[in-house]
Each structure stands twice: as C-alpha cells, then as structure tokens.
Design a protein around this ligand. Sequence first.
Ligand code: FES
Length: 129
Amino acid sequence: MSALHFYEREGLITSRRNSGNQRRFGRDTIRRVSIIKVAQQLGIPLKEIIDVFAELPAFGAPQQHQWEAMASRWQVQLQARIAQLQQLEKSLTRCIGCGCLSMKQCPLYNQNDKLSEKGPGPVLLQSGS
Ligand code: FES
C-alpha cells in the first residue's frame, strides 16, 4: 500500500476520482503530506496527527494559523519527551558499568513499580482486588 493510500484510509488526506476512476489529489495534499512528514520526524504518533487533522476542514491546505497551532501543540509534547529522555539518560548513567539490574537499586529496572511498596509477588491477586 502506498503512503498516500494509507494516509487517505486514515482520513489525513482526501482524493477525488476522475472519469477513469483514478484517484486525483489536490494541491493542498502536498501541504498536508508535508505536515505529516514533519510530524513523523518529530516522533509525533499517528493517532495524534489524526486527532489534529480531524480539526481541519476536509479540503484545502491548512492555513498558517492552523499550522502554528499544531506546531505549538507538538512543541509542548516534544519538550515533555525531551525532559523525560533526559531523566532516563541520567538514570542510565548510574547503570553504566554496573549491570546489577537490582529491583531495589536500579532506577531503570522495573521502574514505577508502585505495587512493590505493598509487598512481593502478585499483590493484586493476593488481596482479591
Ligand atoms: S544496572 Fe545497576 S543501577 Fe542500574
């Protein structure tokens, strides 16, 4: 399946059929595909791109103010991801040369295991909740 077919199936772009039943894309499709490609380079998930595009009119190129709104929204997400990655990098620094993968000491191994505070094993099954 071509990328254009995929984007069309996902509702990101639209086409018209000519008399020979061939798909024809308007000039606005170039702008939409460009935005999709930029978003993908930024690591924006397809679901997010679909959500943002759903707010645009079905036909016509996104206007400058619409692109600015998308860019602002994605900049916030990108900054959050950068902060998260920097935190992970800091944690990873501690692991270099260690290799313990200790459930108690390693900041990366089994991180965010909130249930471990309630005890070992299948805590939810044991408590019946
Ligand atoms: S591997 Fe030892 S602290 Fe992460």
